[in-house]
Design a protein around this ligand. Structure first.
Ligand code: UT7
Length: 336
């Protein structure tokens, strides 16, 4: 029997217009452009402005981008999985809101929350629905409105994060293109170092939790940094080894954009030069679930059929992982 793989056949994306620069952050907190640039690589990030706008509004634009490119009709999509840590609501799922707003009338959907690794977890999950032969068109969205849980008085976190959303379309392939392999990991004992203290079932919102600013991102940066540097590099190396990939075989590393120093450590462990490493952290900051699909979106025009691509992520939870993809199309066809 012919093996079916899940090929990415188009990428969509959306970043809000508003640009929050390091210079503007200097006015909000005690920081400076030099510190932010050398410690993180970030110059600016995008912020979603506007009353009543949430993660779904960016997700809808990313989905529409895919539909516009491919000419696929909204009602042809079977399933939409949304990876997000900043859902529109506690419930219903943001995927439901996106399918409704984008007119995906035949799609079912659900959300996945694995913090910054969420897109990889969702991509791997979405791929399985294609590989079984049961579904033909699956969209995986990854994105966050991190500004909605950001304390713009906390210089340790507010300089890092931004808003944005990307999406990929998965379709069946019988020539081996698409998602080849994934290594996904989590260690819940890491939850203490990166989380949101209140707003869940353990500590529902009260006046006190609001006053204590417990609905914002809490991060012990140095600890997270140490785990991220080691684990993202190791898992990326592991997926190379078990697929017999040398650094020459790899066309692109697509790393989670949390800190340029973490990206460099991963790239060096894999033996890759900077030219093969996607880097847009300077423009978007850390968009959590959005970083990986937004890289694919920015670089789509440069991707060639047959390119070996390794995606790698590390995030809250802790969660981390790497995915090996054999790229299925010349991206230039959508960028004439
Ligand atoms: O997205 C997935 C998960 N997240 C990550 O992967 C993020 C991992 N962590 C990091 O990227 C880094 O730890 C940060 C960028 C968050 C912080 O960089 P760092 O090099 O680890 O700095 P630090 O926390 O060790 O702080 C060093 C110094 C401290 O001052 P003292 O105690 O040495 O006087 C901080 O108070 O830098 C100070 N500092 C700042 N100074 C200027 C912290 N934040 C700032 C700031 N501007 N924004």
């Amino acid at each position: 029997m012919t093996k079916i793989t899940a090929a990415i056949t188009a990428v969509g994306g959306y970043v809000p217009d508003y640009i929050l620069t390091n210079a503007e952050l200097e006015k909000l907190v005690d920081t400076n452009d030099e510190w932010i640039t050398t410690r993180t690589g970030i110059k600016e990030r995008r912020i979603l402005k506007g009353e009543g706008k949430g993660t779904s509004d960016m997700g809808v634009e990313a989905v529409k981008d895919i539909l516009r490119k491919t000419g696929i009709k909204p009602n042809e999509i079977d399933l939409l999985i949304c990876a997000t840590t900043t859902p529109d609501f506690q419930f219903p799922a943001t995927s439901n809101v996106i399918t409704d707003k984008a007119g995906l009338s035949n799609a079912f959907g659900y959300d996945i929350n694995a913090a910054c690794s969420g897109f990889l977890f969702a991509l791997t999950t979405g791929a399985q629905f294609i590989e079984t032969g049961k579904y033909k068109k699956v969209i995986v969205v990854g994105g966050d409105k991190m500004s909605s849980i950001m304390n713009y008085e906390d210089r340790a976190t507010c300089i890092i994060f931004g808003d944005g959303c990307g999406a990929v379309l998965l379709e069946p392939d019988i020539d081996g293109y698409g998602v080849v392999d994934s290594v996904l990991k989590s260690d819940g004992s890491g939850r203490a170092y990166l989380h949101q203290k209140a707003g869940g079932s353990v500590k529902p919102a009260t006046h006190e939790t609001i006053d204590a600013k417990e609905h914002y991102v809490y991060q012990e940066g140095q600890t997270v940094f140490k785990f991220a540097v080691t684990n993202m590099a190791e898992v990326a190396y592991e997926i190379m080894e078990r697929n017999n990939l040398t650094s020459e075989d790899i066309a692109w590393l697509v790393p989670h954009q949390a800190n340029k120093r973490i990206i460099d450590a991963t790239r060096i462990r894999m033996g890759l030069p900077e030219e093969k490493t996607m880097l847009n952290i300077q423009r978007y900051g850390n968009t959590t679930n959005g970083t990986l699909p937004l890289c694919l979106w920015d670089w789509e025009k440069d991707l060639r059929k047959g390119d070996n691509i390794v995606l790698a992520a590390f995030g809250g939870g802790f969660t981390w992982g790497a995915t090996y993809i054999k790229w299925a199309y010349d991206g230039s066809k959508y960028h004439q």
